[in-house]
Design a protein around this ligand. Structure first.
Ligand code: SF4
Ligand code: SF4
Length: 721
């Protein structure tokens, strides 16, 4: 055999061995994915959004580049590896033909230059990644490190392998150059330099070296491939598919209804075998499995999670990792050909098949109930995740099973659920109290049906959806009055539903009680459709989300605007004129369900910006990175006994801007921030800080010809210092 044949045989041999292991693993993963539940209809329909997502999220690395330094390093590695594919083609070609070059362009100096430069950039990215990992190591930063809980050894192994890929690449290219079998006469500056350093070696030595290094470089790539498919770096391939099949534009806003076997569950007549959420790992869809396989363990989600940042046991990263590890550990059990094999695995103490999906440590549960119920569904994890994992959907699906099948949920939330069922609001006050908020007003608020009308009259511009908090919570009533007064002053003809309104069901849905959500939502959709509602204005971010994004799932499609949007429009149209100065430092909190979930960032700031005298300061965590107030995901109705309070954390940040007023545009945020600010300032602060909705601030500043001389502020707000 010639040296060339040895090289070819050795190359083929390592290829066959590596592909055997890679293929075996991929086949197992494919079978595992295939055993999962089908996705909901529409998920894979239409090519356009999937292709667009590939360009934006994968090719342009949009989300990763938001984190500048690690983003650039990842961009370089990702594109570097793709472009280094050219050198891999050359390397594989060299296994068969030592003078191989890529057809047409393979001998152009610019290609050699390009390949060497890309190799160097990949090397630079390895150094940057290493520096980031050292700087933010869990040993140094503890639980604050986004890498806390990640497989650190695995990550270092991958960096080491990338380093090996690059140095073996340059070595074989250098040897090729020295031995006269390099495709490029010039351009490949680094390979040439290495080759020149080897010039003193004999031809025989170089022949041997060339054979060894060509096979070595290819073997390193194959070993890398085997490691990738057996580690969290599976994300390299999985993430590309995951991005393509993720909910567009993002898995925020509406929750998905309950699907079983890819079909919508009819809650009026559910099938006997219908899955109500996820009770075991096999209940997840293949997209769920793809999510688990795609997690890079980067910890971006964890670093933004309000639960994790207040010492709760929930980390979205660890949750996804636990589900992935459990799915892989249970795979032999899931893929066992029959019950006999399954029994055998059980007897052999492969107890993974026995673990409850949700259970305490003592029960050997995969996800602890404290983890599951700590989520505020704020969406920070989904927003940050560079591979578009849908954390909230998985969390709510597991909650659904706990709620609907196991009846296992935080006890204290039971009061809220019973009240919703019997009185249509979380406090159990009932429909008769829903118009009390309007009593102090000096103008009449039209209530649908009071004059016997069966349809909302055409001249009514907006149906004002007041919401449970806006109707019944003393603080939020003040905002409702402010909005009603502003609409009245602007000459907007509006109407309310009064006692015909019932809770939108947001909390019921997010706690997992889909049955109750459907009941409430259907009742509201019926009322709204019968009344012929078209345009709705709403003050609560949660009501907004339900009405705008979730009611269409039940046949209720309306044009829904948040009060900050409408107020901003009215100011812009000069139907409201803020003239009275409000001399105050004001900081604005982005409600999760207004900002992140619904992208309403600008109108609240426009309203504040229009108030003369006001100095608006921004918090560090704002816009898409805003920090939750702690009320979402039905957390408003649960005790917060673990760690510190989310609302206190947010209030501390708000107070760090030295404000006179902390403002928001959601009644739940106002409640939580009021509590947080009070906790920080104590009962008798030297400098009080007011927490109030934007609408009330605007009202203090607005004078219209009709109302000049009338009291500008609502009774609750008091005066701004
Ligand atoms: S939705 Fe918010 S609270 Fe829930 S896991 Fe994600 S970041 Fe944490
Ligand atoms: S879930 Fe997404 S953001 Fe969180 S660690 Fe995994 S890849 Fe990173």
């Amino acid at each position: 055999m010639t040296a060339m044949t040895y090289r070819t045989v050795a190359g083929l041999l390592v290829t066959v061995v590596a592909l055997y292991f890679v293929g075996k693993r991929l086949l197992m993963l494919y079978r595992l994915g295939k055993s999962a539940q089908p996705v909901e209809p529409g998920r894979v329909a239409g090519l356009g959004p999937h292709v667009q997502a590939e360009f934006v999220e994968v090719a342009a690395q949009r989300k990763l580049l938001k984190w500048t330094v690690p983003g650039i390093a990842h961009f370089l590695t990702f594109w570097g590896f793709i472009l280094l594919g050219l050198t891999i083609i050359e390397g594989v070609g060299a296994l068969f033909n030592r003078d191989f070059s890529i057809p047409f362009v393979g001998r152009q100096p610019w290609l050699g230059f390009f390949e060497d430069t890309i190799g160097l950039l990949v090397l630079a990215s390895v150094i940057i990644f290493s520096a980031i990992r050292i700087q933010h190591s869990p040993k140094k930063e503890g639980k604050k490190s986004r890498f806390w809980g990640s497989h650190l050894d695995g990550a270092w192994l991958i960096l080491f392998m990338i380093f090996n890929v690059v140095w073996t690449l340059f070595l074989y290219r250098g040897v090729q150059y020295a031995n006269g079998h390099f495709p490029f006469d010039s351009g490949a500056y680094l390979s040439e330099s290495i080759g020149k350093a080897l010039n003193g070696l004999s031809h025989t030595t170089l022949d041997v070296l060339e054979n060894v290094t060509v096979v070595l470089a290819w073997s390193v790539i194959l070993i890398f491939l085997v490691i990738v498919v057996n580690s969290k770096h599976l994300h390299i391939g999985a993430a590309i598919a995951n991005v393509a099949f993720s909910r567009r534009p993002r898995a925020l806003g509406a929750l998905k209804p309950v699907y079983s076997g890819g079909k919508l569950v009819d809650f009026e007549d559910p099938g006997e075998d219908d899955l109500m959420g996820r009770g075991k790992i096999e209940d997840f869809t293949w997209k769920g499995f793809l999510d688990f396989a795609s997690c890079t363990e980067c910890g971006r989600c964890q670093s933004q999670c309000p639960a994790w940042n207040t010492d709760k046991p929930l980390s979205p990263k660890l949750l996804i990792m636990s589900l992935r590890d459990h799915a892989l550990a249970k795979a032999p059990y899931i893929l066992a050909p029959d019950d006999e094999h399954r029994e055998h695995l059980r007897e052999a103490e492969r107890s993974e098949g026995e673990r409850p999906l949700v259970g305490t440590k003592d029960e050997n549960g995969v996800i602890d109930p404290d983890v599951l119920w700590s989520c505020t569904t704020c969406g920070a994890c989904v927003e940050q995740c560079p591979v578009d994992i849908e954390h909230i959907d998985h969390i709510v699906d597991m909650r659904r099973h706990q709620m609907l099948i196991e009846s296992a949920f935080p006890e204290e939330a039971g009061v809220m659920l019973r009240n919703l069922e019997h009185a249509g609001d979380p406090w159990g006050r009932g429909a008769s109290k829903r118009m009390e908020w309007a009593e102090p007003l000096d103008f009449e608020v039209k209530v649908f049906g009071d004059d016997g009308e069966e349809k909302i009259p055409d001249d009514v511009e907006y149906l004002f959806w007041v919401g449970c908090a806006g109707s019944l919570d003393e603080g939020a009533q003040s905002t409702t009055r402010a909005v009603a007064t502003l609409l009245h002053q602007a000459g907007v003809n509006f109407m309310v539903l009064g006692g015909a309104e019932t809770c939108t069901g947001d909390s019921a849905r997010r706690i997992g009680n889909e049955f109750l959500f459907q009941m409430l939502a259907q009742q509201n959709v019926e009322t709204l459709n019968e009344a012929g509602a078209k345009r709705i204005v709403v003050t609560c971010a949660h009501c907004f989300n339900a009405l705008a994004n979730e009611y269409p799932q039940l046949g209720g499609t309306y044009e829904v605007v948040h009060h900050t949007q409408l107020l901003a429009d009215l100011v812009a149209a000069k139907r409201l004129t803020p003239v009275e100065p409000v001399h105050a430092r004001i900081t604005y909190h982005d409600a999760c369900y207004l900002g992140r979930h619904n992208r309403i960032f600008v109108p609240p700031r426009e309203v504040l910006g229009a108030i003369p005298g006001a100095t608006v300061t921004e918090m560090e965590r704002r816009l898409t990175r805003s920090f939750c107030c702690g009320a979402g995901g039905a957390r408003m109705w649960m005790d917060e006994n673990l760690g510190t309070r989310v609302s206190h954390n947010r209030a501390a940040e708000a107070l760090s801007t030295k404000p006179d007023v902390v403002t928001a545009a959601c009644p739940f945020c106002i409640v939580m921030l009021t509590d947080g600010v009070a906790a920080h300032l104590g009962p008798d602060p030297a400098k009080p800080v007011e927490v109030v909705d934007i609408a009330e601030l605007l009202l203090r500043s607005v004078r219209t010809p009709a109302t000049a001389g009338a009291p500008a502020a609502d009774s609750r707000g008091g005066t701004i210092p």
